[in-house]
Design a protein around this ligand. Structure first.
Ligand SMILES: *[C@@H]1O[C@H](CO)[C@@H](O)[C@H](O)[C@H]1NC(C)=O
Ligand SMILES: *[C@@H]1O[C@H](CO)[C@@H](O)[C@H](O)[C@H]1NC(C)=O
Length: 308
């Protein structure tokens, strides 16, 4: 009996040359079974709970493991988990045809507090949490800065500088392997440029600029004044153009009317008889020849007469 148990352990140890998979919260983890295919059965377990059991015919039976609803078989034997959560960290066993392989899933999450862009001169904390590590490997967790300097798992940044911006790496080792994940840190200059701006403009004016429209260039600092100024200028230009157009149109109309009156007066006295004469003369001359082509030139001599 003892021999059988021993054999079982040895076999287990040999076959359990499982992998360590590291991913971060919200990402996808692909767990490789270790066996490419199976003949009779395949089973994935999370800890002691079954995720899925697949029989000879390929018919799957799902279990009650917490990760079950977020997992999917990939290919014949592998397992995808998406999105990965912190609590998924732990052991996963794939048993293909009774041959178990125990894998370890490590789940990391890196963050910076405060979470927004860091301001120059402020303080910040970088956090690196890796779930699923044993106490020994937890000790190896460390941050490596942009400057390649090594800091602790919880890195305190005092007096943040622009040179702190860039890619920080959280690194650890587990079972002789080294893993890492990255965090992009952004650093901005403190708002020294934006705070004096309102002060300057309010000094120049002495009054609040918000509601007033002012033409001074210093006022253009205020976005509201700027916006209204352009609208006002645009409206003013439009009005001026409209006025000019209507004045021109009016002037032309008046001139035309005067000219017409003038023509009518003159025409009654002198030009009418002449016009009648020409018209009668030409149409009479045109009739014997082709009507349309000769009709046109007859209109031409009329125009200069009307204009003068
Ligand atoms: C940053 O931390 C140091 C030391 O803890 C402290 O003296 C300083 O006031 C802090 N600065 C800010 C901006 O909070
Ligand atoms: C002017 O704007 C500032 C912020 O830009 C606001 O706090 C203030 O109440 C405004 N004043 C008026 C009179 O609208």
């Amino acid at each position: 009996m003892k021999i059988i148990v021993c054999l079982w352990f040895v076999l287990g140890a040999l076959s359990a040359a499982g992998k360590v998979i590291f991913t971060t919260v919200g990402q996808r983890a692909t767990l490789e079974c270790g066996a490419v295919s199976f003949k009779n059965s395949l089973e994935w377990r999370q800890g002691d709970d079954r995720i899925v059991f697949v029989d000879k015919k390929g018919f799957p039976r799902h279990g009650k493991a917490a990760v079950q609803t977020r997992s999917k078989r990939r290919g014949d034997t592998d397992l995808d988990i998406f999105p990965v959560r912190k609590e998924d960290a732990g052991t996963f066993t794939c048993t293909a045809d009774g041959n178990p392989q125990v894998h370890t899933l490590l789940v990391g999450s890196v963050s910076v507090s405060p979470p927004a862009e860091l301001k120059v001169g402020s303080n910040a904390t970088l956090l690196c949490e890796i779930e699923g590590l044993n106490p020994d490997s937890v000790k190896t967790v460390q941050w490596i800065g942009v400057d390649k300097n090594v800091r602790s798992r919880t890195a305190q940044l005092e007096n943040v500088a622009l040179t702190d911006a860039g890619t920080w790496k959280c690194q650890f080792s587990h079972g002789g392997e080294t893993f890492s994940t990255q965090l992009e840190i952004k650093v901005t200059e403190p708002a020294t440029k934006t705070t004096p701006a309102p002060k300057q403009s309010s000094k120049v004016n002495g009054k609040k600029i918000n509601s007033t429209i002012c033409a001074q260039p210093s006022c253009a600092d205020s976005g509201v004044a700027h916006w209204w100024m352009w609208v006002a200028i645009g409206a003013g230009c439009l009005v001026v153009v409209l006025l000019m157009v209507s004045v021109i149109v009016l002037y032309k109309r008046i001139r035309r009317r005067k000219r017409n009156l003038h023509l009518m007066k003159n025409g009654r006295q002198a030009q009418r008889p002449r016009q009648y004469c020409q018209c009668n003369h030409q149409t009479a001359a045109a009739k014997p020849q082709q009507g349309r082509q000769k009709g046109r030139p007859s209109a031409l001599p009329l125009q200069p007469l009307l204009k003068e």
